[in-house]
Design a protein around this ligand. Structure first.
Ligand SMILES: N[C@@H](CCC(=O)N[C@@H](CS)C(=O)NCC(=O)O)C(=O)O
Length: 212
């Protein structure tokens, strides 16, 4: 398997799940500005939108979209128990993957992370995001994970919550989310993925500064 990723972006959720499942994979870094890999390949030849993650599976198929890739990793490694097997549990998983992808990742964090977003878009995202975080806070109160056990949705959520470090979303206002985030960051697969990608992220920032 080959995972196209950019450091500390949403693709880190897939790396976490591959570590959880003990899968040997090749990690191909994509520069989010140039859309090129270190080998100089134009990533848009792999995914025309230039969005990570993209996963090339063993049979050569390219899968895109976090929700699809994460469930593919879970389904192809059932022993890792990263997704419920029953249809009711799977629907709940799907519910949380959609919530994270649409309400948090895209609606809340993307305008905050995008240097080109107008100020009004950031204020709007922050204001709307409050009710989403309140909702998540209520759900996580008294719970260890989003579902009954660790799942691919937790890998996605912790990845997205990391972006609070570089945006005005202050998790102190949501103690259950804050505690969940701090707890999950100590999970070995997550700590390893974060430490590795942080080094790559710092190198990426340096590269961008030099080329500016
Ligand atoms: N709907 C896509 C969104 C993926 C996405 O937004 N990826 C970001 C990184 S977190 C990206 O590649 N951004 C680069 C860009 O917007 O050009 C998914 O869920 O996989």
């Amino acid at each position: 398997m080959q995972l196209y990723f950019s450091p500390l972006s949403c693709s880190m959720a897939t790396r976490i799940c591959l570590y959880e499942a003990g899968v040997e994979a090749t990690y191909i870094e994509v520069d989010p500005k140039t859309k090129r890999t270190h080998e100089g390949q134009d990533f848009r030849e792999v995914h025309p939108l230039g969005l990570v993650p993209a996963l090339r599976t063993q049979d050569g198929d390219v899968l895109t979209e976090n929700a699809a890739i994460l469930q593919y990793v879970a389904d192809s490694h059932p022993r890792a128990n990263l997704a419920p097997a029953d249809s009711r549990g799977r629907s709940r998983l799907h519910q949380w993957l959609c919530f994270i992808g649409t309400e948090l990742h895209k609606a809340l964090f993307m305008p905050l992370l995008d240097a080109k977003a107008p100020e009004g878009a950031r204020a709007y995202a922050l204001e709307k995001g409050t009710s989403r975080l309140d909702y998540l806070e209520k759900h996580l109160t008294g719970r260890e994970f989003l579902l009954d056990r660790f799942s691919v949705a937790d890998a996605y959520l912790v990845t997205v919550l990391n972006w609070c470090m570089v945006t005005p979303v202050d998790l102190k206002k949501w103690p259950a989310i804050s505690a969940y985030h701090a707890r999950l960051r100590t999970r070995p697969s997550i700590a390893k993925a974060f430490a590795e990608e942080r080094v790559l992220y710092e190198a990426e920032v340096k590269r961008h500064k030099l080329s500016a």
